[in-house]
Write a protein of this length. Structure first.
Lengths: 77, 324
């Protein structure tokens, strides 16, 4: 099963700002290069992108969860 | 000879032993945050103490070598690959012209060091090649490396003889997710209540995502200051004192929450009570904690700190000796 991994340790956000919709929800289709979340670390924000095409089958972290580098953040079906 | 930056990573900067001597003018030292790993890297490739290398933070760059070179990677567990094949760390390696160095995801620690025989040959600013990004001076054009940069490397005479030399396993630090850092209590610790000082030294603090080369901020407790009448010249926050110098490694607690340890790129003085100072030997360990890692602060005496510093110098000398 393909997954998208966090490339950095930090705080994971599912949406670009508190008022916006999440980048992706379960069931959404994504293409390689699509942003699926952002990670905050060292006072800056960094986009997490899918490396593959697919359908989001499961989101593995909550908004504002602490993530490690290499941690899987979502599964692609 | 140069290193071409194909991708810069998160924060890759030129650093050396630091810009020492202008602290009183408000110039922090910058320099490698984990000086032990940085120095060991220089010894591996046969550089003079103080030669500049690259400090790589949290996420590795993609670098290409324009000519044959001898390199070493030390510090955090950020698994390196040459042309896609895993390669050892804490060992002098031969790379060929056109070889590409990449990194896997960070496993432990926070900062890896790339040393190259000959050293990074950017111009010195106030006696150092370290990057001080806040004011845009030193290092490579005063900033973190960016895609397309060509970082100049100095020449080296006998680098071929270094290839295969390794730092003995017993000297290689292991960076888990929990760190214990020794502090000397003071200079303005009298501002904290006794209970709060006990709490500071017993809480398991969590490194916040803000932590960077300027300072490390922690969460986990709330500290209280002794009631007092605001002195002339001090701010109104109970954490304020009349301005004084901040030692590198000093700990302040604005508002009583979230202690901050000031580090290599920090302001050199100000009006917050510093309740302790992380000893110099342990600042490298501090710099190898990453966001969400745990930290405990342990009180030691000045004598213990000086003894630790002596032992660290002896260990570095032994490493240098062993590498010939």
């Amino acid at each position: 099963m393909a997954t998208v991994k966090a490339h950095l340790p930090g705080t994971f956000y599912r949406r670009p700002d508190p008022e916006s919709e999440p980048y992706v929800n379960e069931g959404d289709t994504v293409s390689a290069g699509d942003v699926v979340g952002i990670i905050e670390v060292m006072k800056s924000f960094h986009e997490v992108k899918s490396e593959e095409d697919g359908t989001v089958s499961k989101i593995l972290v909550e908004n504002e969860d602490a993530v490690d580098a290499g941690q899987e953040v979502l599964e692609l079906g | 000879m140069a290193i071409k930056v194909l991708k810069p990573g998160l924060l890759t900067t030129v650093q050396d032993a630091g810009r020492i001597g202008d602290y009183a003018l408000g110039m922090p030292p910058s320099g490698a945050m984990d000086s032990f790993s940085y120095r060991a890297g220089n010894y591996l490739v046969g550089n003079e103490d103080g030669a500049a290398g690259l400090e790589i933070t949290y996420f590795g760059p993609e670098l290409a070598f324009t000519e044959d070179a001898v390199i070493a990677l030390t510090g955090a567990e950020l698994p390196p690959k040459i042309n896609g094949d895993e390669c050892p760390t804490w060992e002098a390696l031969r790379v060929r012209a056109g070889d590409v160095l990449t990194f896997d995801y960070l496993k432990n620690g926070a900062r890896a060091y790339l040393s190259v025989a000959g050293g990074v040959d950017v111009p010195e600013f106030l006696g150092s090649r370290s990057t001080y990004t806040l004011i845009g001076l030193g290092g490579f054009e005063g900033r973190a490396l960016a895609e397309g940069d060509e970082v100049p490397i100095g020449s080296s005479d006998d680098s071929a003889s270094r290839v295969g030399k390794k730092v003995d396993d017993k000297h290689i630090p292991r960076f888990g997710k929990e760190a214990e850092l020794r502090v000397i209590v003071g200079l303005a610790s009298y501002r904290l209540t006794e209970e709060s000082m006990e709490e500071f030294l017993s809480v398991e603090w969590t490194v916040t995502p803000d932590a960077d080369r300027i300072g490390y901020r922690y969460r986990g407790g709330e500290l209280r200051f002794v009631e007092r009448e605001q002195p002339a010249g001090a701010g109104s926050d109970p954490a304020n004192v009349v301005d004084f110098g901040y030692p590198v490694g000093s700990i302040q607690v604005p508002g009583g929450v979230e202690p901050i340890v000031l580090l290599n790129d920090a302001v050199t003085g100000g009006g917050y009570a510093t309740i302790g100072t992380v000893i110099s030997v342990d600042r490298g360990r501090l710099a190898q904690t990453k966001t969400n890692d745990k930290t405990k602060f342990v009180s030691v005496s000045l004598e213990e700190a000086l003894q630790a510093r002596k032992e660290r110098r002896e260990e570095l000398a032994a490493i240098r000796e062993s590498l010939g």
